[in-house]
Design a protein around this ligand. Structure first.
Ligand SMILES: Cc1cc2nc3c(=O)[nH]c(=O)nc-3n(C[C@H](O)[C@H](O)[C@H](O)COP(=O)(O)OP(=O)(O)OC[C@H]3O[C@@H](n4cnc5c(N)ncnc54)[C@H](O)[C@@H]3O)c2cc1C
Length: 383
């Protein structure tokens, strides 16, 4: 006999773990299954750190969701006894003359009454002396935003869900056969899980689980991040002195030296297609050269810095960069949650609440994140 619950959630990344947590909090019985466990190194949520910012250009929905998510992250991390897994570093947007994105972001945040500071180049230089602001004409600072220590934070969510009674399994769900009608799933350990509804929150594995529907809409790409060692005894790159910074126009972002692991530099340009199971996670010489160029240009203290750590992860991109959160068109009781597109981690709490409400029939659909809004020929518009 299969074990039975109201909902089975497959995938304990930020989307799945938070969906399970919200469903359970609403009183439903829930099983949460992950092939390698929450926060594993192959998962997109398994990185050391992820930025939580409120700014999203004119995409008000994501700004709202980020605003709803931050207090939920703080609460759950406090309940888990790990409030330190959120670091309020502040997030600094770097604006260029020929790029309206930072201005549009500032206007949206003003409308939403998010506290921000608008800084001119002289302010920027005096507030953040470690950064080189060449080419920057304006800064917008979100003082309450910062960094989630991702793999540990998402593990904490899964643990909190388990503590509330979610039935957590570390096992792989066998890909559903084309004729599957949404009754029960088989796990690699031989267990069968039956449920009223199934949520597949499988990040970069979604296109291989549902190839006919998703292969043209979700594209996992290889992305590299590098951590540069700071000079001995030098506190200029510590979180107390250096904020998290974003220079989307130039294609880079950076985090301060958190926990002595080095100052992180990431590149936003989409890499080549990537297989989350077998893809090579050795950092490339070209990726390192590009990260080193950005690091040296923005943070002169890092000019000759050694790499102390590097990671290869994957974005799961939709064509526009909008999330994909919707019902499977062929199965009334099967739901898809993915398409994090390089910005989804922070939004886990709001995504989980949205999915829980949709699955249980209590929430309104948002067109932006629906399947019909996704078309392969779209250009990326979410940063
Ligand atoms: C380098 C990099 C930097 C990023 N920076 C940021 C940032 O600063 N801020 C931000 O908000 N976002 C950021 N992101 C994006 C963010 O990490 C992702 O959008 C988010 O983590 C996606 O979460 P997910 O739950 O959809 O997928 P995942 O975290 O990948 O979780 C999917 C889970 O499903 C499990 N699974 C898959 N198939 C099966 C199966 N058959 N059976 C059982 N389990 C299965 C996997 O083991 C995995 O744990 C970044 C991403 C990368 C790669």
């Amino acid at each position: 006999m299969p074990r039975s619950s109201d909902v089975v959630v497959v995938g304990a990344g930020t989307f799945g773990a938070w969906t399970a947590w919200h469903l359970r909090r609403a009183g439903h019985t829930v099983a949460l299954v992950d092939a390698f466990g929450a926060g594993n190194s192959r998962a997109s949520s398994g990185g050391e750190s992820r930025i939580i910012r409120m700014g999203y250009g004119d995409r008000t929905l994501y700004s709202r969701w980020a605003l709803e998510s931050l207090p939920q992250w703080k609460d759950i991390l406090a309940d888990a006894g790990r409030p330190d897994l959120f670091r309020e570093t502040g997030v600094l947007w770097l604006g260029h003359d020929d790029d309206p994105h930072v201005d549009v972001t500032a206007r949206t945040l003003d409308r939403l009454q998010v506290v921000t500071e608008s800084l001119d180049p002289a302010d920027l230089r005096s507030r953040f002396p470690a950064l080189d602001f060449t080419g920057i004409t304006r800064g917008v600072f979100e003082p309450g935003s910062g960094v989630l220590l991702a793999r540990r934070a998402v593990s904490a969510v899964a643990e909190q869900a388990s503590g509330r009674g979610v039935d957590v399994h570390v096992a792989a769900v066998e890909p559903p056969a084309p004729a599957w009608r949404g009754e029960a799933l088989s796990l690699s350990d031989g267990t069968r899980l039956a449920a009223g509804s199934f949520v597949f929150a499988c990040g970069p594995w979604l296109p291989s689980l549902f190839p006919d529907l998703l292969a043209s809409l979700l594209r996992p790409t290889r992305q590299e991040v590098f951590f540069f060692g700071t000079p001995a005894g030098d506190r200029r790159l510590a979180p107390s002195a250096l904020p998290t910074w974003i220079d989307f126009r130039a294609g880079a972002y950076g985090l301060p030296d958190i926990e002595g692991r080095g100052a992180k530099v990431g590149l936003t340009a989409l890499g080549p297609a990537f297989d989350p199971d077998r893809g090579d996670r050795t950092p490339s010489a070209e990726g390192l050269a590009a990260a080193r160029r950005f690091a040296a240009a923005r943070l002169p203290a890092l000019r000759d810095a050694p790499v102390v750590e590097a990671r290869v992860c994957q974005y799961t991109n939709t064509p526009s960069g909008d999330l994909l959160l919707d019902r499977h068109p062929d199965h009334d009781n099967v739901w898809l949650a993915g398409g994090g597109s390089g910005h989804g981690f922070k939004l886990g709490p709001a995504v989980g609440a949205y999915m829980a409400a949709r699955v249980t029939g209590t929430g309104q659909a948002q067109d932006l994140v629906g399947l019909p809004a996704k078309r392969p020929e779209q250009k990326r518009t979410v940063l």
